[in-house]
Design a protein around this ligand. Structure first.
Ligand code: SF4
Length: 492
């Protein structure tokens, strides 16, 4: 088939389940590029260089094309994609062929009715040949959805070498300078699916001029002119981090905060600190050991730091050692109610007010561990209007009362078949299983945190008080707060 000279290919534009952080009009196909979807932008660029034009289409006009390309940017996108296409009568009896790919193309078991082919991993060197040969195409990373069999997540040897337009309205371009990560945190899908090719610097400030995204809490990567840092601990305590091969010690974390506060040339520094909660082996002593660490910064910082803890619940990513781990679905709404964690001299630590609900955490895990056994549940979440009208708490209660979710949340033994058994990456599955056993061994050997019960109780009291009256520098002007404070003190 000759793809040139005809407009027969389109990227599919569909609305996500949760509204994107970009201001986008989902009826305006030009806005597709405002999503800054780098993977699609690369493929478009490759196609253009072969004189093949790819449009953008909505589900309702997909039937005007021969080939529709679906970019799944996160594993959670499967709900949004099926929801957007099921409404379209043409989709079920389609003549066009649907190809899926992207970083979120992980568990595709639930997509058998909705797509024809999937390509796993980087496709810039294969896309033209793949689309020209259609169903006759053969590649170890190419899967026909009518038969699920072993596939390999494709790698490239070099970052994409061209400047790529990622936001057409504002003429923004991006050039890839690194791929993968040399660290191997046991939960990280990115590092286990992208071979590392880098320019040696662990810093991302690709899309946001005011922030530096610094990996591994390394103060030497901080640019003193930037008032914001984004970085990640990904586990409250040293023992949790070490058990997952994330070797950031408590002392190096303390040094990081002290150094960036000394180094900054801004009047103060905001730090967004990503963290993973609900990890295997985690208990309340891990949380309080982090708060204890924050109290040790009191009076030691040169410029004010505001640390906002952004918690994400653990998801068991396929082809990672922790793809076998059990999942704890917890309600963290108390983090929102009592979001102030610590306030001292030049330091404020707080929870972000955004936190996944148990329902949204469960849905993400369902996308990763879906098998046909969960087809009815998947359809209920995706399409049932009565279910969709419930609030998040009632949705999760409904699921618990009507479904056995054990195969979604339980631990998998390394001798068992995972729901995503067909995925293979550049590290063999046997090696990944060995790393999983290593993680369990490390977790057992780490023992518990050093914090004792009395200190935990002191910290609990401190947080309660802080959330009633404010920090050291706050003067309560509110009568209501004063009443709460008196009540608290009288009941101590
Ligand atoms: S989570 Fe770990 S492995 Fe993944 S990108 Fe960050 S540092 Fe690298």
């Amino acid at each position: 088939m000759n793809l040139k000279n005809k407009k027969k290919i389109a990227f599919l534009y569909f609305e996500p389940f949760k509204q994107s952080r970009y201001k986008i009009d989902y009826k305006d196909t030009n806005d597709f590029w405002s999503t800054k979807n780098f993977g699609s932008a690369v493929l478009r660029d490759v196609l253009l260089k072969s004189n093949i034009i790819a449009d953008v289409c909505l589900p309702e006009n997909a039937h005007y094309y021969d080939i529709v390309l679906v970019s799944l940017t996160s594993h959670f996108d499967v709900f949004a994609f099926v929801n957007a296409t099921r409404k379209n009568k043409n989709w079920q009896n389609r003549k066009f062929k649907v190809y899926a790919g992207g970083f979120g193309c992980q568990n595709i078991n639930m997509l058998k009715e909705y797509i024809d082919y999937a390509f796993f991993g980087r496709a810039e060197n294969e896309i033209v040949d793949m689309l020209e040969k259609r169903g006759d195409y053969e590649h170890q990373s190419f899967l026909r959805l009518n038969k699920i069999e072993n596939v390999y997540i494709n790698q490239v040897n070099l970052p994409y070498s061209e400047d790529v337009k990622i936001n057409f309205n504002h003429l923004e371009t991006y050039k890839e300078s690194r791929l993968g990560c040399p660290n191997k945190c046991f939960y990280c899908h990115y590092t286990f699916t992208r071979k590392n090719i880098s320019n040696g610097r662990f810093i991302y400030n690709e899309f946001d001029g005011a922030s530096d995204e610094i990996e591994w809490c390394k103060a030497d990567l901080y640019n003193p002119l930037k008032p914001h840092i984004i970085t990640a601990i990904d586990g409250y305590s040293q023992r949790l981090r070490y058990s997952m091969n994330r070797r950031i010690s408590d002392n190096s974390l303390i040094d990081f905060f002290i150094e960036v506060s000394a180094k900054t040339e801004c009047s103060g520094l905001g730090i967004k600190l990503y963290n993973i909660v609900g990890l295997e082996g985690e208990d309340e002593s891990d949380y309080y050991s982090f708060i204890d660490l924050c109290t040790k910064l009191d009076g030691r910082l040169k410029k004010p730091l505001t640390i906002t803890l952004q918690n994400t619940p653990f998801n068991p990513s396929p082809v990672t050692p922790m793809g076998y781990s059990p999942i704890k679905i917890n309600d963290y709404s108390d983090y929102k109610k009592n979001n102030r964690i610590f306030e001292g001299v030049n330091i404020k630590v707080q929870h972000s007010l955004y936190m996944d609900s148990p329902y949204s955490h469960f849905s993400a895990c369902l996308a990763l561990r879906y098998t046909d056994k969960y087809n009815t549940l998947f359809n209920t979440i995706s399409f049932d209007s009565k279910f969709k009208a419930l609030n998040a708490t009632d949705k999760y209660d409904y699921i618990l009362n009507n479904y056995d979710i054990n195969d979604i949340v339980r631990e998998y033994d390394v001798t068992e078949t995972l729901p995503t058994w067909y995925l293979n990456t550049y590290i063999s599955n046997d090696r990944i299983k060995k790393l999983r056993l290593k993680q369990k061994e490390w977790l057992n050997n780490m023992g518990s945190t050093n914090i004792d019960e009395n200190r935990i109780n002191e910290l609990k009291d401190m947080i309660t008080l802080l959330n009633i009256v404010g920090g050291k520098n706050s003067i309560s002007k509110s009568k209501q707060k004063a009443v709460k404070y008196d009540f608290y003190m009288n009941n101590l």
